[in-house]
Design a protein around this ligand. Structure first.
Ligand SMILES: [Zn+2]
Ligand SMILES: [Zn+2]
Length: 137
C-alpha cells in the first residue's frame, strides 16, 4: 500500500474524513521521530499546503489524539509534542537541546503499586537528562 493510502485508511478506520490537510499531517507525523509541536508541523507542511492554518493543525492533532492515531506528550518546555508511534515506549528529553528521544521499555512488566481499583488508559514514562550529542560538545 502506498503511504498516502495508509494515512487515508487509518483516518477512515476512525471515521475521520480524510481531508488533504489531515492526510498530510498524519503522513508527516508517521515519518518523524522528532515529536514535533504544532508550530513545527505547521511550518514543515506550509510549503506543500499554502492554505494550511495553525488552527487546522491544532484541530487535526486533537482529533488524531482522540482517535488514538497519535500521542500527546508534554516536554520540559511545557509544549505539546506529538508522536505517531502509539506503541508503548518511553521518552527521554534532553534538557540542553530539547530533543525528545524514544526508547524501548517493557511497560507491561513495570511494577506499579498504589493503583489498585484504578483503570489505566495510557502509560507514559518520561526521563530527562543530557543526550550523547550534547555531552560530546
Ligand atoms: Zn541534547
Ligand atoms: Zn515517541
Amino acid at each position: 500500500m502506498k503511504e498516502i493510502d495508509c494515512a487515508i485508511s487509518a483516518l477512515r478506520s476512525k471515521n475521520i474524513r480524510p481531508s488533504i490537510a489531515r492526510i498530510k499531517i498524519l503522513e508527516y507525523l508517521s515519518h518523524t521521530t522528532a515529536h514535533p509541536t504544532v508550530e513545527v508541523i505547521y511550518h514543515s507542511l506550509l510549503p506543500e499546503i499554502p492554505t494550511l492554518s495553525k488552527a487546522t493543525v491544532y484541530k487535526t492533532m486533537s482529533l488524531l489524539v482522540e482517535a488514538g492515531l497519535a500521542r500527546l506528550l508534554y516536554g520540559e518546555d511545557c509544549e505539546a509534542h506529538y508522536d505517531a508511534n502509539i506503541s508503548d515506549h518511553g521518552h527521554f528529553q534532553c534538557t540542553r537541546c530539547g530533543r525528545i528521544y524514544d526508547f524501548t521499555v517493557d511497560l507491561d512488566n513495570l511494577e506499579a503499586e498504589g493503583l489498585e481499583g484504578f483503570t489505566v488508559v495510557e502509560k507514559n514514562i518520561f526521563f530527562r537528562g543530557a543526550c550523547p550529542r550534547c555531552l560530546s560538545d
